[in-house]
Design a binder for this molecule. Structure first.
Ligand code: PMP
Length: 456
C-alpha cells in the first residue's frame, strides 16, 4: 500500500513537471499554476474525478458546465465505440452522414418552435460566430444592409473568438482586446442584487434602457444576443420573471433578430431543456454546445428559422452561399455521443430529475445564506453562484487583490470539491445526474470552505 502511494506520488511529480514545462492552460495565470498544485485528472466516474495521485474529488464544475450523465457513463462510451467501428469522421462540406442528419432532426424537435435548420460547428464560441454572421448576412440578403450592428448585454459572455468577444461584456476578460473588436451596442442586464430597488424595478429599468436603444438605433441593429434566463460567466445572475418575454416582444417590435445563446443553459441545465422554454420564447437563432454530447466530445450547433435559411438559398451565381465551416463539423463520433445523450435524457426522465435536484439544491443552500460573508446565493435548476461580500449590510465587495473567491475554491479543492470562481462569485454546476446525497455533501464542502476563508 505504501509502495503504491510512493509510486503515485512520483508519477504525479513527473506529470506536474511536464505540465509546467509544455502546457499553457486556458484562463489560467501560469504563475499561479506554478505556486498552487494543479489536479492532474486520470479518470472520472459519475460525479467524481480522480487524479494521478489517486485522490478523488467531486466535480462541482461538470468539467466546464457541460457534463450531463456523469463521467464514464457506459451508454455514452458504447455509442462512441459503436460509431468508431464504422467511421470516426468525414465532412459536411457538400456531403453528409447519418449521425449528423439524425441529430439535426432531434435538435429541431427539442428546441423552441420555429428553429428548423441546424448548422454544426465544434465549440460554443464558433456557434456564436455562426449566429452573428448569419444574422448579419440575413439583413443584407433581404435588402436591408443598414441593419448590421449587434446589441448585447453588459457582463455577457459568448466565448473567446474575436466575434464572440466583440459581443461580450466582461471587462476582466474582454477589455484588453478592445482595439481588435467590431463595435457593438450594449445594454444593462438586470442584476437585482446590485440594484437599489425591487427586482421588478430593476427589470423595468433594463427594459427601458433596451427600448430606448432600439428606438434610437433599431434601424441599424441586426440582432440582439443574450444568455437567456441566467447570465453565466457574468456571475450566475438570474433574470427577473417576464424579462425575457418582454425582450422578445421588443425585438419583434423593432425588427431585430433575437439570438439566444444557450451554450451554457441548453440541455437541461436550468431545469428546462432550453432556458427559452421557461417563458416560451422563440428566438430567431439559437446556439448550443457544452451539454449537447453529454459533455463528452466537442460538438456545437446554431439553429435558425426557415426565414433565415431561405435568405441564403438560391442559384450559385447569386452568391448567397453561407461561406463558413470547420474541418471537424458534423463529426460522427460527436453526433453519435449527442444522440446517445438525448436517449438518456428520455430514458432517465432527466429533466424532471433536474427540477427536483434544483429544488434540493436550493434547500441545501439555506445554511450558506446565513453565513456572514455570503451576499446572495442564486440558482436556476443546477446552475448556481454564491456571491461573497465583505459586508452583507452594505453589499460591499471584497477588494479584488484579496482573491477571496479564488482562495475559497482552493480550500474547497483541498476538501475534495472542484469548482471555479468568477471573481467573488463561486460557481456551482455539478453534472446533471447528481444524486441528492452527493449534492448535499458538495454543498457542505463549499460551506466549510467559505467559512475557512471568510471567517478567519
Ligand atoms: N456562450 C456561453 C453563454 C458560454 O457560457 C460559453 C462558455 N462558457 C460560450 C458561449 C463559449 O463556449 P466554448 O467554450 O465551447 O467556446
Amino acid at each position: 500500500m505504501e509502495k503504491e502511494t510512493v509510486s503515485k506520488a512520483s508519477v504525479y511529480e513527473e506529470w506536474l513537471e511536464k505540465n509546467r514545462r509544455y502546457l499553457w492552460n486556458p484562463f489560467t495565470q501560469m504563475k499561479d499554476y506554478f505556486v498552487h498544485e494543479p489536479v492532474i485528472v486520470e479518470r472520472g466516474d459519475g460525479v467524481t474525478l480522480t487524479d494521478v495521485k489517486g485522490r478523488t474529488y467531486y466535480d462541482g464544475n461538470a468539467s466546464v458546465w457541460l457534463n450531463v450523465h456523469g463521467h464514464n457513463r457506459r451508454e455514452l462510451n458504447e455509442a462512441i465505440i459503436r460509431q468508431l467501428d464504422r467511421i470516426a469522421h468525414s465532412t459536411l462540406l457538400g456531403m453528409a452522414n447519418v449521425p449528423a442528419i439524425r441529430l439535426a432532426e432531434r435538435l429541431v424537435e427539442i428546441t423552441p418552435p420555429g428553429l428548423n435548420k441546424v448548422f454544426y460547428s465544434d465549440s460554443g464560441a464558433e456557434a456564436v460566430e455562426v449566429a452573428i454572421k448569419m444574422a448579419f448576412l440575413y439583413w443584407k440578403r433581404i435588402g436591408r444592409p443598414k441593419k448590421r450592428m449587434f446589441l448585447s448585454m453588459k457582463s455577457a459572455y459568448h466565448g473567446d473568438t474575436v466575434g464572440a468577444v466583440s459581443v461580450g461584456g466582461i471587462d476582466r476578460f474582454h477589455a484588453a482586446y478592445d482595439a481588435l473588436l467590431f463595435p457593438t451596442e450594449k445594454v444593462g442586464y438586470p442584476y437585482p442584487y446590485r440594484y437599489p430597488g425591487s427586482p421588478e424595478a430593476c427589470a423595468q429599468a433594463s427594459l427601458e434602457e433596451l427600448r430606448q436603444k432600439l428606438e434610437e438605433k433599431g434601424e441599424q441593429i441586426a440582432g440582439l444576443i443574450l444568455e437567456p434566463m441566467i447570465q453565466g460567466a457574468g456571475g450566475m445572475v438570474v433574470m427577473p420573471p417576464g424579462f425575457l418575454k418582454e425582450v422578445e416582444r421588443l425585438c419583434r417590435e423593432y425588427e431585430v433578430l433575437l439570438l439566444a445563446d444557450e451554450v451554457a443553459t441548453g440541455f437541461g441545465r436550468t431545469g428546462e431543456m432550453f432556458a427559452c422554454d421557461h417563458e416560451q420564447v422563440q428566438p430567431d437563432l439559437l446556439t448550443a454546445a457544452k451539454g449537447i454530447t453529454g459533455g463528452y466530445l466537442p460538438v456545437a450547433a446554431t439553429l435558425a428559422t426557415d426565414a433565415i435559411y431561405e435568405a441564403f438559398y438560391g442559384d450559385y451565381e447569386e452568391m448567397k452561399t453561407f461561406f463558413h465551416g470547420h474541418s471537424y463539423t458534423g463529426n460522427q463520433l460527436g453526433c453519435a455521443a449527442a444522440l446517445a445523450n438525448l436517449d438518456l435524457f428520455e430514458r432517465d426522465g432527466l429533466i424532471q430529475r433536474i427540477r427536483e435536484s434544483g429544488e434540493a439544491l436550493d434547500r441545501a443552500f439555506e445554511p450558506l445564506r446565513c453565513l456572514e460573508h455570503v451576499g446572495e446565493v442564486r440558482s436556476l435548476g443546477l446552475m448556481a453562484g454564491v456571491e461573497l461580500v465583505r459586508n452583507r449590510e452594505t453589499r460591499e465587495a471584497y477588494p479584488a487583490e484579496e482573491r477571496v473567491g479564488f482562495r475559497v475554491c482552493q480550500r474547497a479543492k483541498e476538501r475534495g470539491l472542484i469548482t471555479r470562481p468568477l471573481g467573488d462569485v463561486i460557481t456551482f454546476l455539478p453534472p446533471l445526474c447528481v444524486g441528492k446525497q452527493e449534492l448535499s455533501e458538495m454543498v457542505q464542502i463549499l460551506h466549510s470552505a467559505i467559512r475557512d476563508v471568510t471567517e478567519k
